[in-house]
Design a binder for this molecule. Sequence first.
Ligand code: 2IT
Length: 450
Amino acid sequence: MNAYVASVIENVKRKHGSEPEFVQTVEEVLTSIAPMVDKHPEYEKVDLLNRMVEPERMFTFRVVWMDDGGNYHTNTGYRCQFNGAIGPYKGGLRFQKNVYPGIIKFLGFEQIFKNSLTGLPIGGGKGGSDFDPAGKSEGEIMRFCQSFMTALYRYIGPDIDVPAGDMGVGGREIGYLYGQYRRLKGTFENGVLTGKGFSYGGSLTRPEATGYGAMYYLQEVLAHEGEDVRGKTIACAGFGNVTWGICKKARDLGAKVVTLSGPDGYVYDPDGVSSSQEKIDYLVTMRNSGRNLVQDYADRFGVAFHPGEKPWGVKADVVMPSAMQNDVHMEHAKQIVENGVKYYIEVANMPTTNDALFYLMGQPGMIVAPSKAVNAGGVAVSALEMSQNSERLVWSAEEVDEKLKGIMKNIHKVSVEAAEEYGLGYNLVAGANLAGFKKVAEAMMEQGAF
Ligand code: 2IT
């Protein structure tokens, strides 16, 4: 390992010991790009890597809101404007009770390289709050979002920082956030947020984009191996927006999603969640119910529910962890290998612990695709939404979908090429990191000390 890379990882470990998720992503990315640092001694001369792991700006803010009973609550809001070298900061907001700086930083760091990989001019950012949306009323959600935006609005803008959704933040929350931004600014600057409703500047296909993009990326991987997606069984996790998009596209392409998961366990549907519109629509119903229980699906459709378990023991052709970070540990990885799975396609941000990831990558015949490439279709269509907003025009769903397909194809291609350039073979993990890093590094080198 390159000595400079090793020293930066050590710095981050020392400085961020209480933020293990951030340390994890830094270790994963920097290990991948070490061969590029070997070739570019000028990076060390300007201390590029220590700059790269230090957010340009990160702040917290107080978010006070009143519940339906008239009681006051105080949450912490976060925004991390991690790297703006190639475009305005861009990245989602996560509302979840476990949110703390380590989560925001890991997501922000991943976002830098993901956004770069899309080929579009967007920098990396992330934000959110430890607000727990579970069981909150419509009014409580609205008042929380308004209070959140009241604190944040002066620090964002269409050319500054453009938030979007992530876990706990969907179209409804973006609507309330945008309404408050518009009220405070007195201008119709809808390019300040993405994931908006279509009636006020949202892009067609944005809700589906992450899941669709993941399936398009999977198609590229399968094509590389001379295989087809038709007839493949897929083990997914979660039942949120991303999994919903995967199910819709899987249905269109003739593949079958056989598992979903939640905090309560997982369901196995041998006919496929993707087998009927009713089942696919039910994912939205489950999410909107705020119950956050996947057992509801099993009860509704009479399939097996496995309480307290993860779906990684199920035999499938493709495994797509699409729920959350660190969902797949070493024990699960071993199970996946025992099951003879050939395609391990990460979808959620950092769904695999580093030991499990490196173990899977080391298995002969196993193909591992990294989340920052696979899920980049979401933010890519966000960038397309920004383009439409700035030009005051609307693209058809077909136009957006065509562009999304092209972007996913290109992400796969540049990843393959970057890995090959460093003699790493078909290594999609290293390739994505190398390709994503390269553009940001170039921009930072050309912009001087910053
Ligand atoms: O993780 C992600 O890429 C997102 N949550 C979407 C970010 C965006 O700006 O659309």
